[in-house]
Design a protein around this ligand. Structure first.
Ligand code: PCA
Length: 228
């Protein structure tokens, strides 16, 4: 006798979907020498959307480059998607490779306006929050994987004090009591942004590959299986 195929409901019970990886990029902001409204972090995040890395589906989103609102959007994404990993990314013009950020500091100190025209100067990200949070991503494993892939990369000890650091700090503050791992990666200009500036750049395809390689290494990291 033919058995009936399992219903969608029972299939869901037997094969639970792995939690997702949330990857964010930023919309374009004041620092885009091309004037074309580009931000490689948004383009790379969007290119990863829907891919499956080490069994985890990637959900990508683009954050507004605005103090406060960027964090509100990020918190809503965390609530909606319940990711087990979070990688926020942003553009750092002038950097030559994928920069794995080690630390977020409790300081907003902009030297250009955000996309709402606001320049937040010398303010904490979180009032009475700790001075800093370390990334909880396995940065050494990610760096090693990027190096083996032949992609320009570095560890960085400063995510600056503009909206990227703001989001990085708020993310780590939000995750401080959670097993969810998170961190931040800065990426260089695209070639079309750097043209004529004498500054370094990376092709979008390489940036996207770099984020993929780094995430794969993080999710495969065996030492993490026993943590949390
Ligand atoms: N880079 C900026 C903010 C948005 C982005 O992509 C920064 O490094 O703070």
């Amino acid at each position: 006798m033919l058995s009936r195929p399992p219903s969608a409901k029972s299939r869901q019970r037997t094969v639970p979907a792995a939690p997702c990886v949330l990857v964010t990029g930023f919309e374009a902001f004041g620092d885009d020498p091309s004037g074309q409204g580009l931000n490689p972090s948004a383009l790379a995040a969007q290119a990863l959307h829907g891919q499956v890395i080490a069994g985890h589906p990637v959900v990508a989103a683009v954050l507004p480059c605005v103090f406060g609102r960027s964090v509100a959007v990020l918190k809503a994404l965390l609530k909606q998607h319940q990711p087990s990993w979070v990688l926020c990314t942003g553009q750092a013009g002038g950097r030559a490779g994928i920069s794995l950020e080690r630390v977020a500091i409790n300081l907003d100190d902009a030297n250009l306006p955000d996309n709402a025209g606001c320049m937040v100067v010398n303010q904490p990200v979180v009032a009475r929050g700790p001075a800093a949070y370390f990334s909880t991503l396995p940065l050494q494993a990610m760096l090693g994987a990027l190096q083996r892939a032949g992609l320009p990369c570095e560890l960085s000890s400063s995510a600056g004090h503009f909206v990227c650091n703001h989001v990085f700090y708020a993310l780590m503050h939000q995750l401080r009591k959670s097993p969810v791992r998170g961190g931040f990666v800065h990426v260089p200009y695209l070639p079309q942004q750097a043209a004529g500036t004498g500054r370094p750049s990376m092709a979008l395809q390489e940036i996207t590959q770099g984020l993929h390689v780094a995430l794969q290494a993080a999710l495969d990291e065996p030492s993490l299986q026993t943590l949390s």
